[in-house]
Design a protein around this ligand. Sequence first.
Ligand SMILES: CC(C)(COP(=O)(O)OP(=O)(O)OC[C@H]1O[C@@H](n2cnc3c(N)ncnc32)[C@H](O)[C@@H]1OP(=O)(O)O)[C@@H](O)C(=O)NCCC(=O)NCCS
Length: 199
Amino acid sequence: MFVPLHDGSRVLVRPIAAEDAPLLRRFHQRLSPETVRDRFLSAKPRLSSSDVRYLTDVDQHGHVALVAVDPERPERLLAVARWVRDPAHPEAAEAAFVVADHLQGLGLGSALAIALADRAVEEGVTSLSGSMLAGNVASEGLFRRMGGEVEVLRDGVTNEVLTSLPAHTGRLALLAHNRRMRPGRRTPVAPVVPVRLVA
Ligand SMILES: CC(C)(COP(=O)(O)OP(=O)(O)OC[C@H]1O[C@@H](n2cnc3c(N)ncnc32)[C@H](O)[C@@H]1OP(=O)(O)O)[C@@H](O)C(=O)NCCC(=O)NCCS
């Protein structure tokens, strides 16, 4: 599906495929060390072959992964988002996102969050969690976008964020249709849903 960003550009959001392995490797190499650290919670200069296989060769049921590409340059990944089902609690899954540095703050992460939430509802997943470094407010914002109220468990260095999903799907199509441009906005707005601290 094509999704507009706040600067007026458009990206194509589609499921990842095993053939995206070299594209993912190149995407990772272009990320800044800060973005890589925020995504993997540690330095990770290179993805190993098994990392790449794990991240691209997914079944799209227990492990759902989506990419955004520039429609004019489809060989260039712009963002990757995924959730992986908890085998012990199949209605729960852990989500993770990464957006290319030059596109952060333009609404791509939010669009992917909605796309992931749609897929989660379609697959019977009712809650999504995520691990992030403390202070990663952009990432917390994505979990608010996916669900409603957000629970945050803080342990000092990392936060665990959990949100329940609404029962309906089709939200990405609505977003793609209704989104308004907010040119140049790269600063956060106040959260619309209160954060409940549980620890
Ligand atoms: C987290 C990340 C995926 C968000 O993607 P994005 O495309 O920048 O997100 P959006 O533009 O849709 O913004 C999402 C929210 O974060 C806020 N935000 C965006 N950039 C921000 C920044 N630099 N500082 C504070 N808030 C920010 C937005 O205002 C928005 O808040 P809202 O939902 O209340 O409007 C992206 O910043 C990223 O790849 N970061 C590095 C990897 C990472 O942190 N992954 C998450 C680990 S699970």
